[in-house]
Design a protein around this ligand. Structure first.
Ligand SMILES: [Ca+2]
Length: 316
């Protein structure tokens, strides 16, 4: 049976790539896309999500606009850029499909109620929508099959530190943008798999020149979209890995054996000057803080299979 998913996102070029990967994966049934402010303001992320659907001719999938601001604090500036259009300067045409007539939070709750125990939320962005949905409908923890999130950095390896995406030394962008929302979600008891920088931003995981040539020469518009986004990143000194970060959550939804996970006690820092948004894994043998929630986190991935899956699906 296909896995029913909602993609909660802030496209973003890697969100855009993740939406494409999901739509081209027969294992997944994409019920809706919900948008949130994060990489870009809500008007742009809501427009970009629809641009991707129109690129793939999938305007049957509703896009519901969500929260335009973090729960508590002002939106921070992103030290990373996804280009003038937020999609690696692909400059896709302005969307013509309308937004859904429903707020993202309500759409998530309604769809979860209609599919109890069957709906997965793929959270590729700050967790503002999900946190509010959990506050509005606490039973969401039971109604959802689970949440697969690109979220946090757990200090399991050097990638957790060397490639931090929030604007301080110890944070990952999605949590840094709205740490209070992440705290609500982490502490909610929802079945959460958090794929953090440790597993989703290996900067040595990149497409080969042959892969890039294959994308370039493909008749599929989504391949040329990906190729242009990678070219944009290359022009700024980044390799292709940062074009596909959010794809890891979709890859895990398609095939959980792609990622090895572990369970540990994790707290979300909401006050630190140098560490705002840090996801702290309590790894102590003794005196562990038992009040911290247990969270399943990504430890390592089969990157060869991950890249092969991406390539196969984009070229299909
Ligand atoms: Ca994202």
């Amino acid at each position: 049976m296909k896995k029913k998913v909602i993609i909660d996102c802030d496209p973003g070029m890697d969100d855009s790539a993740a939406i494409i990967l999901a739509l081209k994966s027969p294992e997944l049934d994409v019920q809706a896309i919900t948008t949130v402010a994060g990489n870009y303001p809500i008007d742009i992320t809501s427009s970009n999500a629809r641009k991707v659907l129109e690129l793939l001719g999938r305007t049957d999938i509703p896009v519901a606009r969500g929260c335009g601001h973090p729960l508590v604090r002002p939106a921070p500036n992103d030290p990373f850029t996804h280009g003038r259009d937020g999609q690696g300067e692909n400059f896709l045409p302005a969307p013509t499909m309308p937004l859904a007539d429903e707020h993202a939070v309500d759409l998530i709750i309604r769809t979860a109620r209609a599919n109890p125990g069957e709906l997965w939320l793929l959270c590729l962005a700050p967790m503002t929508n999900l946190a509010l949905a959990l506050r509005k409908e606490p039973e969401l923890t039971e109604l959802l099959a689970g949440v697969i999130a690109i979220s946090g950095a757990f200090g399991l390896n050097e990638y957790a530190f060397l490639n931090g995406t929030g604007d301080n030394p110890q944070s990952e962008w999605n949590v840094y943008f709205d740490p209070e929302a992440a705290k609500v979600v982490y502490e909610s008891g929802v079945d959460l798999v958090a794929l953090g920088l440790d597993v989703a931003t290996h900067f040595d995981v990149n497409f080969s020149q042959q892969d890039l040539d294959d994308f370039e020469n493909s008749p599929n518009p989504e391949c040329r979209f990906l190729r242009q986004a990678i070219r944009f990143n290359n022009g700024r000194g980044f390799q292709s890995y940062c074009t596909i970060i959010d794809c890891m959550a979709v890859g895990y939804a398609v095939d959980p054996s792609l990622v090895e996970t572990m369970t540990g006690k994790v707290g979300v820092e909401t006050r630190g000057e140098l560490t705002l948004g840090m996801t702290v894994l309590d790894r102590r043998h003794h005196h562990t803080w038992s009040h911290l929630p247990d969270v399943r986190i990504g430890k390592s991935a089969d990157y060869g299979r991950f890249l092969a899956l991406l390539k196969e699906r984009f070229l299909a």
